[in-house]
Design a protein around this ligand. Structure first.
Ligand code: ZN
Ligand code: ZN
Length: 444
């Protein structure tokens, strides 16, 4: 036998051996998530029909806690408000945190689904609002429960500890901080990795997307009161008109991105609300603006916020507003969410498992988004724990292809018409999260 033939034979023997173990595991995961699907679909529909607002997730948390308790996990409730923690121990190995959010949004559902939400609730201002899971957190919860079930069944395939958490108030940007403050990393096993998924309203179900590095933005909210000196609309020269000043200020704010920010950095300054005045012929005393600011790095964030304050003040001075009537600027800190930074090495470790589950063509790399997520907080403590949030396709594949072809956008997250297709979205979420944990906690 010559050398090339010998090598070819060795290759024939080695290749199937080397690649056989992992596909068998992904097939097992797929079969197990398919077997769980009928009961997970019921759970999903129940969660979808009974959404709760941020900070009010009492029944939702109890439901998820009950599911995890049934599996024999050590469950603690009331962590950082309605947050819950379920610990699944399976010998020595890494500690992996898997997170779902629990809350829904003040949106009136208009999907026409048979299990659509008809829930109404009173918000913090005492106003009755409709409530809807318009951001897919019901899919996230269902996927987490499915993952816990699969990992309980597949205990022979991994070794370590999984800390499942149900986090309140994601939509208000403060649930993660509340859970951390309440001892998430001290009262429970401290994670070596933190994982989460989020539905995507453009990608077809059955696909996932990974983003290395910055995945979502710093989100700041500013309230600005531009003050002037009101009076009669017929005698503007006797006033300091805050409406004209607000208009000028808004235009100059646009130069922060176009003239002050490095073109290779990314940031957004959007004035989303302007209110002032009551009548045609009255120049009001003040105008109120609300601004959202998005950025990725801490440096760009600080520079952008400083530029806004400088411009707002400078424009007022140029308009002759006296020192004691200069604009008031409040930067909201309670609902600030820092940028989500996906640890690139962790992302690269997850990819092969996803390739095997979904096929390489269904595991895409995606650009960062200017949306915000407080999942970022778990990677920003002094421990600097590597985190990764990946996107889960949720749109019926025919609709996604149609939208791609026609350019007609699909209902986005937070839309009253957003409806993920439960199957295969949920099975994909369960399988993806399960394989991610199995790969990180593979037995030695
Ligand atoms: Zn949302
Ligand atoms: Zn969300």
């Amino acid at each position: 036998m010559n050398l090339p033939t010998t090598l070819a034979l060795i290759a024939v023997v080695l290749v199937p051996l080397e690649f056989s173990a992992a596909p068998a595991l992904s097939e097992r995961v797929k079969a197990a998530s398919a077997a769980e699907y009928p009961s997970l679909e019921k759970l999903y529909q129940e969660l979808h029909a009974h959404p709760e607002l941020s900070f009010r997730e009492e029944k939702t948390a109890a439901k998820i806690a009950g599911e995890l308790k049934q599996l024999g996990l050590e469950v603690t409730t009331g962590v950082g408000g309605h947050g819950l923690v379920g610990v699944l121990r399976n010998g020595a190995g890494p500690v992996i945190l898997v997170r779902t959010d629990l809350d829904a949004l003040p949106v009136k559902e208009q999907t026409g689904l048979p299990f659509a939400s008809r829930t109404r609730a009173t918000n913090d201002l005492g106003v009755e609002v409709d409530v809807m899971h318009a951001c897919g957190h019901d899919v996230h919860m269902t996927s987490l429960v499915g993952t816990a079930r699969l990992l309980t069944k597949l205990k022979d395939q991994w070794s370590g500890t999984v800390v499942f958490i149900g986090q309140p108030a994601e939509e208000r940007g403060s649930g993660a901080r509340a859970m951390l403050k309440d001892g998430l990393f001290t009262r429970f096993p401290k994670p070596d990795y933190c994982l989460a998924l989020h539905v995507n309203s453009e990608m077809p179900a059955g696909a996932v997307a990974l983003v290395e590095g910055f995945a979502m933005a710093n989100v700041d909210s500013l309230d600005i009161t531009i003050r002037g000196a009101g009076g009669h609309g017929a005698w503007p020269h006797k006033t300091k008109d805050p409406i004209v000043l607000a208009a000028q200020t808004i235009m100059v704010l646009q130069t922060i991105i176009s003239r002050e920010t490095d073109p290779l950095d990314s940031a957004v300054v959007t004035v989303g609300s302007i209110h002032g005045g009551t009548k045609h012929n009255i120049i009001p005393d003040e105008v109120k603006l609300q601004i959202t600011v998005r950025s990725f790095t801490d440096e760009v964030r600080e520079k952008t916020l400083a530029a806004i304050q400088r411009i707002v003040r400078g424009q007022a001075l140029a308009a002759g507003i006296p020192e004691d009537r200069l604009p008031l600027v409040t930067i909201e800190t309670k609902e600030f969410t820092p940028a989500t930074y996906n640890n690139p090495e962790l992302v690269r470790r997850l990819r092969p498992g996803f390739d095997q589950l979904f096929g390489k063509q269904n595991v895409v790399s995606r650009k960062p988004s200017m949306g915000g997520e407080d999942f970022s907080e778990y990677g920003r403590t002094a421990d600097k724990i590597p985190i990764c949030m990946f996107w889960l396709g949720s749109v019926e594949p025919g609709r996604a292809a149609e939208s791609e072809r026609t350019g007609k956008p699909l209902p986005s997250l937070h839309s009253s018409q957003y409806h993920p297709v439960p199957e295969p979205t949920i099975q994909s979420g369960v399988a993806a999260m399960t394989i991610a944990v199995l790969n990180l906690a593979a037995p030695k």
